[in-house]
Design a protein around this ligand. Structure first.
Ligand code: ADP
Length: 334
């Protein structure tokens, strides 16, 4: 058993993270809200369970050189840029998470990497199918689609009269070309030890109600789509698409080194849609994504790469172990 403790907060992909750490013989700790501790007792992945009244309590916990914290989506949602002030050393680049959570910076990294993003449209110049996103909308709730400026105005007025959006939301709404493609979320890992980008798996999000609309005739019963994630499905890409998918991962990592040195470290993802002509990216994430939990036993790609069952969490723990062996751990922590 290793003396180092790998910790995370109890939500999102914590079961996978802690299980992967145990597979690599680390001690594990989970920080969870009171109503969640029974989950981490029922699945024995944590050597220690610490209950918190709120995630903000994490900010009070003193740094421990024997502990490494693995960030995930709930940390970003719960603490926003306060995650900067967490004292426990984190695996990965915190700066990347600050770029992830800021929509303009998120787009800037993708654009700097030369990755095609949806075109931004102006509210008085909508002549094609568009998606309207409000600031801070988590998981796509509250988005709407429209195909003209008049329809945009009507839908905005409806939302205002229902008190669902504020002036701030309207001012900061992002209007984008609607990309009619199949969504794919490749799970990348930048290894500083091997100095390479690995693609360990792909998932697609299962979103309600947009993924259920095909069950109704939209001509007879038109329904406004929503994009709330309810689960993830495994996916493999057509093999001829893989070179491009890998290249997207390489380009993002390369661009990140220029925008927030030393750039992306460990797990990241590009949320993309693949149309019949091209790959278009909505967003990047700079940490483990929830869809990786499909592959606790490894994915087809990670099996072929490592010839063992390699989950994203086990890969993180393996990198930490190798970095310790080479006395380079500090390079991968922020
Ligand atoms: P959030 O940051 O709230 O998760 P995203 O920008 O990732 O929001 O979008 C959530 C979902 O909305 C995506 O998974 C995708 O299904 C859909 N979506 C977002 N942007 C577009 C777009 N330009 N065209 C088509 N669908 C989109």
């Amino acid at each position: 058993m290793n003396n180092l403790i790998i910790s995370t907060i109890g939500s999102h992909s914590a079961l996978q993270i802690l299980f992967g750490a145990k597979q690599e013989n680390f001690n594990t700790k989970v920080y969870c809200l009171k109503d969640r501790d029974s989950l981490y007792r029922r699945y024995p992945v944590a050597n220690e369970i610490v209950t918190l009244d709120s995630y903000e309590d994490l900010l009070e916990i003193a740094a421990d050189s024997q502990e490494i914290f693995i960030p995930h989506g709930t940390l970003i949602a719960a603490l926003g840029d306060k995650l900067r002030d967490i004292s426990i050393p984190m695996f990965g680049n915190r700066e990347g998470m600050l770029w992830e959570m800021n929509r303009a910076k998120n787009q800037k990294l993708l654009e700097t990497a030369g990755i095609r993003v949806p075109r931004t449209l102006k509210s008085d110049d909508i002549t094609e199918l568009a998606i309207v996103k409000f600031p801070g909308a988590m998981g796509g709730s509250g988005y709407f689609v429209c195909s003209s400026s008049d329809e945009f105005d009507t839908k905005i007025n409806d939302l205002v009269s229902q008190n669902k959006i504020s002036d701030y939301d309207i001012k900061n709404a992002q209007i984008q070309e609607y990309v009619t493609g199949v969504t794919m979320y490749p799970h990348y890992f930048y290894s500083g030890i091997y100095e390479r980008v690995e693609m360990l798996g792909i998932d697609r999000r299962y979103e309600t109600n947009v993924d259920a609309l095909g069950r109704l005739s939209q001509n007879d019963h038109p329904v406004e789509p929503s994009y709330k994630v309810v689960g993830n499905q495994p996916l493999i890409a057509r093999e001829s698409l893989l070179p491009q998918i890998l290249e997207h991962g390489d380009k993002l990592r390369e661009a990140s080194t220029n925008l927030f040195a030393p750039g992306l470290i460990g797990p990241y993802c590009i949320e993309m849609a693949i149309t019949s002509e091209e790959i278009v990216a909505f967003e990047f994430t700079s940490r483990i994504v929830a869809g990786t939990s499909l592959y606790v036993n490894g994915s087809p790609y990670s099996k072929i790469l490592f010839n063992e069952e390699m989950s994203m969490a086990k890969r993180i723990a393996r990198e930490i172990k190798m970095a310790m062996g080479q006395r380079r751990l500090q390079e991968f922590l922020t």
